[in-house]
Design a protein around this ligand. Structure first.
Ligand code: HEC
Length: 155
């Protein structure tokens, strides 16, 4: 678990990222990371509806599918989509603050937080998916999203 968080964090630090595929252009990096976060948000919404709000019946299989999807995003090497020149100082179509590139330690910290929280949610979902435990860990994942948004995403 810690290992995957570490790799996500490493990949987030653009300076040490080793491309595993041909580098995408700036526009594609921005659009792909926005899609990834939108997809993670969609899956967070499903868990919220079932485990927090209760307006959809609780279904362990659906919770597991959503947790798997969120963990997949967190462990996908998102850092490759935060290449140089992809912040809002140079592009109109992104909310990434340029400070992202000045604070690699903070970027690493929030990336590790996201990966660890998501991996734990996935683990709970895979081990029976107790509703109260899912709800508690959902909140931790939400905090990990917010920790990064507060730092690096423009209002
Ligand atoms: C490592 C930092 C980081 C983490 C962790 C993170 N986000 Fe984001 N998120 C961003 C940034 C940066 C943007 C703006 C991306 C852009 O516009 O290029 C963003 C944008 C978004 C968007 C808008 C996408 C769009 O189409 O513009 C949504 C929705 C979102 N995040 C949801 C989430 C959720 C839900 C989580 C947690 C499950 C999460 N994010 C975790 C940094 C993060």
């Amino acid at each position: 678990m810690r290992k995957s968080g570490f790799f996500v964090a490493l990949a987030l630090s653009a300076a040490v990222a080793t491309p595993v595929v041909a580098q995408m252009d700036v526009k594609d990096q921005i659009e792909t990371r926005q899609s990834a976060f939108t997809f993670a948000g969609w899956n967070m919404g499903k868990i919220k509806a079932q485990a927090i709000d209760g307006d959809v019946a609780y279904n362990e299989q659906q919770i597991l599918a959503a947790a798997n999807a969120i963990a997949a995003v967190a462990n996908s090497g998102l850092g490759a989509l935060f290449g140089p020149g992809t912040a809002m100082d140079k592009n109109d179509n992104t909310d990434l603050k340029p400070e992202f590139f000045d604070k690699p330690d903070k970027a690493r910290e929030v990336a590790i937080g996201f990966a660890q929280a998501s991996n734990k949610l996935q683990e709970i979902a895979a081990n029976g998916g107790d509703k109260a435990a899912i709800a508690a860990q959902f909140s931790e994942v939400g905090k990990s999203c917010k920790a990064c948004h507060d730092e690096f995403r423009a209002e």
